[in-house]
Design a protein around this ligand. Structure first.
Ligand SMILES: [Zn+2]
Length: 393
């Protein structure tokens, strides 16, 4: 058994001052002693002058793009349409891609990540996922250019989903985004997903996404046409990308909406009215990399909706670190309390992936992983640019 304590423990739900956490050899929490800030030196107690938080949940990643680090330069990208243009032409499958996937997995663990909602278009990451000490939920993602290629695309996804199940891995088939899934493929996904529990979809990542849905025009539409998308095979009969996204998804599922960079208050209200299971997932560093802007995060936090954090992939990020994502938020929006950020990065992500029986909060009986954050700003009770992370458990 280990006994540890720190200046503050952010449990994922609350803040405890100098509480003592007792854990067994497997990392399971067996006791939490609230000392009310009064701690005496005790034998076998390890005290850290920092903040302890639960293991992070990275709610959005594309592990299989790990070899694309630095391939698309942030300086040359001016928004998602240009990024799509580049990624479609530059995506390749080099020999060392499996090494890069392994490296990314190890890097995430070192950065305190214990579970990941990961997008896969292929089965390249499955072997790693089977053996990793990170928990993965795999979103088998589909998109294609027209109804003609829908059956073939869906068959690949179905094969990969089956392979996941054979390997005892969790996952579901999901659409990439409302604008990249033609009608025939959309119907196949809906029919297949009758029992699905957790779904994700990229949402309102760029300003021309809603324009594309309303009028099949604008910057995004132009790139999709250039890439061979047959827009007559796509029925866009809603007022926004968000409305179209939700119309395709089951209310009872946990729905992870990814990015939401251009979502407005009316979109938040629309989604929250649609379902109680919406998880707004933000990838701030990726948004800065591609769109050079951030979602209206203070609005989301003010409204008290469920928010999660993702790193996105190495195609649009220089690191896979939830802490770095949180620092980016704090830099732009210092008014968002750290306790709320930890809830997003831990408990909400665990709930979104339906693993909160084990992960997401420091509670007796759970095995959430424990991270120590040092160089913390104890005056503002928030992160500093220089804050660092160390995995304790
Ligand atoms: Zn993504």
């Amino acid at each position: 058994m280990k006994r540890i304590s720190a200046a503050f423990i952010y449990t994922g739900k609350s803040i405890l001052k100098k509480a003592i956490i007792e854990i067994d050899d497997k990392g399971k929490i067996i006791n939490i002693i609230d000392t009310k800030g009064k701690i005496k030196e005790q034998e076998s107690l390890k005290y850290y002058n920092g903040v302890i938080v639960p293991g992070f949940i990275n709610a959005h990643c594309h592990l299989e793009l790990s070899h694309m680090k630095g391939m698309i330069k942030s300086e040359t990208v001016k928004g998602l349409p240009g990024f799509i243009d580049e990624i479609v032409s530059k995506r390749n499958f080099p020999e060392d891609m499996h090494d890069k996937i392994h490296k990314a997995d190890r890097e995430m663990r070192i950065n305190g990540i214990v579970a990941v909602g990961d997008i896969s278009n292929t089965d390249d990451s499955f072997e790693l996922k089977k053996n990793s000490n990170i928990y993965y939920y795999t979103f088998v993602e589909t998109f294609t250019t027209s109804n003609t290629t829908a059956t073939e695309t869906f068959s690949t996804a179905e094969r990969n989903h089956l392979k996941l199940k054979e390997n005892n891995l969790q996952g579901a088939i999901v659409p990439h985004a409302s604008y990249s899934v033609p009608d025939k493929l959309k119907k196949m996904i809906i029919d297949y997903n009758k029992d699905a529990q957790i779904i994700s979809i990229h949402n309102q990542e760029t300003s021309s996404e809603d324009e594309m849905i309303k009028s099949k025009s604008g910057e995004l539409a132009e790139v999709m046409l250039k890439k061979g998308f047959v827009l007559s095979d796509f029925t866009f009969d809603k007022n926004s990308s968000l409305e179209l996204n939700l119309s395709e998804l089951k209310k009872s599922c946990n729905i992870l909406l990814i990015h939401n960079t251009f979502s407005k208050e009316k979109d938040i209200d629309f989604a929250e009215n649609f379902s109680e299971n919406i998880y707004w997932t933000f990838c701030p560093l990726s948004n800065q990399y591609i769109e050079k802007t951030l979602p209206d995060l203070p609005l989301f936090y003010e409204k008290g909706v469920k928010t999660c954090i993702g790193t996105d992939s190495y195609a649009s990020n220089t690191k896979l670190s939830v802490l770095s994502e949180l620092k980016e938020i704090t830099k732009s929006f210092p008014q968002i309390p750290f306790v709320k950020l930890i809830e997003s990065a831990c408990l909400n992500g665990a709930k979104a992936l339906k693993i909160d029986d084990k992960y997401g909060s420091i509670e007796v009986g759970k095995n959430p992983g424990l991270n120590l954050i040092t160089d913390f700003d104890f005056e503002k009770m928030n992160l500093k640019v220089s804050s660092k992370i160390k995995v304790l458990v």
